[in-house]
Design a protein around this ligand. Sequence first.
Ligand code: GAL
Length: 821
Amino acid sequence: MKNYSLIIIFFLSLFRLSAQDLRQEFSLKEGWKFTKGEVQNGESLQMDEEEWQSVTVPHDWAIYGPFDENNDLQVVAVTQNGEKVASRKTGRTGGLPYMGIGWYRNTFDLATIDTASQRVFVIFDGAMSEANVFLNGQKVGFWPYGYNTFYFDITDKINQSGEENLLAVRLENKEQSSRWYPGAGLYRNVHILVVPKVHIPIWGTYITTPFVSEEYASVNIKTEISNIQEGEALSITTRILDPQGQLVSQKTNTQKLSHGRPLEQYLTVEVPELWSPETPHLYSAHSVIEFQGKKIDEYSTTFGIRKVEFIADKGFFLNGQPRKFKGVNLHHDLGPLGAAVNTAAIRRQLQIMKDMGADAIRTSHNMPAPELVQLCDEMGLMLMVESFDEWDRAKSANGYHRFFEDWAEKDLVNMVRHYRNNASVIMWSIGNEVPTQCSPEGYKVAKYLQDICHREDPSRLVTAGMDQVSCVLDNGFAAMIDIAGFNYRTHRYQEAYERLPHSLVLGSETGSTVSSRGVYHFPVEKASQVLHEDHQSSSYDLEYCYWSNLPEDDFALADDFPWTMGQFVWTGFDYLGEPTPYDTDAWPNHSSMFGMVDLAGIPKDRYYLYQSIWNTEVETLHILPHWNWEGREGESVPVFVYTNHPKAELFVNGESMGIRDKGEYNSLQERYRLMWMEVPYQAGELRVIAYDENGEKMGEKTIHTAGKPDHLLLQPEQESLIADGEDLAFFRVQVVDKEGNLCPVDQREVSFSVAGEGLFRAVANGDPTSLELFHLPQMKVFNGQLTLVVQASKLPGEVKITAKAKGLKSAVYSLHSQPSE
Ligand code: GAL
């Protein structure tokens, strides 16, 4: 988004450039018409789209459901999971109707365009998928990969008068084209860009900081110019502004253009404010191009100054400080909003991850939305930007391998150019568990892709998430990738470290522990691939997959070996699709259970386990399970405490259950969690008192057996809304007793109404088996809780939210929606 600082968003499809404006960009959000299914000549000017649905973009056509196991039923063997025999797979890609063809049409007007002196582009931040784009009835281009940003020069098809240009897009999602819910349609933003004929192209600057110290940083800026003749002399002036907007460096160069080489400038910044997750300082470079004394174009690039090092045996260093990645994998869907991009929803996801102490995200397994990258720059999260889940060999019958040969280079070029100036981007990933890793020619394909990244961005290293440890150690695949990333297989790390030339190992995918928020199964035992009758996984955080592990294995590797670089946990949030271990004939499961946070954005217990180790700024003292076990009186209900304190004592109704001390462990679990395995249940009060090493009291926490459900609570996650038509407010809705204790086994339906300057947008309860639709204003709470999403209108004012449920006192909340700038 750095290139979009001049974005002006108009909400009507009428745009006028004044004569002085050199460039202008706007997003096409409103006024779209959409229809599902094939339309003959859907691009034609004569087509009558009256009957089509009116939609705003970003739009995900599939998230409105209905869920149905036949939407994505597959009879396959998931070879990646070691399956040899085909079986009936349900909910694997979310059980939503994303397959098939969809058409979108919109019109936009421009002021008179002089095609001799101007250029017009259409930019898609991503379109799912196999996009065929038409302007004014004529084909403009094709882009198959649904996750990448792409653009076309549409100057020669624009109406000369500039008025009433018809943009039409045909999208198609084939069956078995994904391993998770991909979303469908124009799910990311679409922009129109008008620039002078001689201009700095899209992603036309490249900024690196070859030398970084506390005293100063050198800044190298390469600027490309399009449509100018060889040998012409241009002058370029670049001004660097610091994070406070003050001019800190400036340089003018006059250079002759030769052989398409970019203009190159070196500047310095004294006493730079370095970018890090804790200090996300951003600089900006403003470049003005002059030709024969006249300004012909200008461009703005946001960047950061930071030093990234990977040192053999010692690990990863940022700005000279060693650190281990406290990372999470995130798929791109936004739970109840589906794949449709929304800045407020992404910001919320990232904030929840940061509050847990995460400092890095892997964009599994594809290019992220530009909004996410910009937010990571601003909020301070390091990024591993990933490209592919498949290369030339298939994982899904209709996956990316169909396009790999012709499109891989184009896709990587767009990805790297798009994000190579972003401070948050620490490394590129060329692939995830690609079957090609075991082919004898695999290293050649990897080298081809790695070389493209190096060519486009020599300043960053490249990784890949590898799972076939024996193959990649034996065939040289792992040895030739800059950073060896391993998915699971923690027992092979030491061997990989010893055999690889890097003498470093990264956990590109770790954990894959499964749990359902608020669900606890007995007996409490560590096990893989456990299936329970209720189709839920236990929140005692002891269940995992046969290829994966519990969080403690990864914590110990990070703590015990300097050559480990940390990890990216699978996953930060639950996502639609991949309902492992309930993926084989186990409908209605249709969303993952890997998240530390559920699909509604509500933390599961596991969130606090990571927080207790990763976030050193806050006290964590979390007790599980809940204490409402009517019928289990006298039977044992194990109690776990996730805390940053080294030891604690547990009391049931005042009676001590003893002290647990992380220093005295017999298992990895006991090293990182405090566990009382024999606690006879008795309704009442569960209290934990935490101590330091010397036995000094450090903190205390109590939970109670909840009484009869009494009323609803509507708790806002934010103070206010911005009246821009897109901002979202999230509310935690809880069923509570008279004293306000959560009723943790309540599953009743709650209904919502929103009045004033806001709209009901969605609701989600985080139950991976729930077939209730997200866009309808009622849903059952899952174990007493759900999340309501309210969207701002474009007018400032009060928004009044009411939540009602049978047998409970209602909740009402008023929120102020502020004018947008
Ligand atoms: C990995 C894979 C992920 C996800 C995960 C589930 O092997 O890379 O995409 O499928 O397993 O554990």
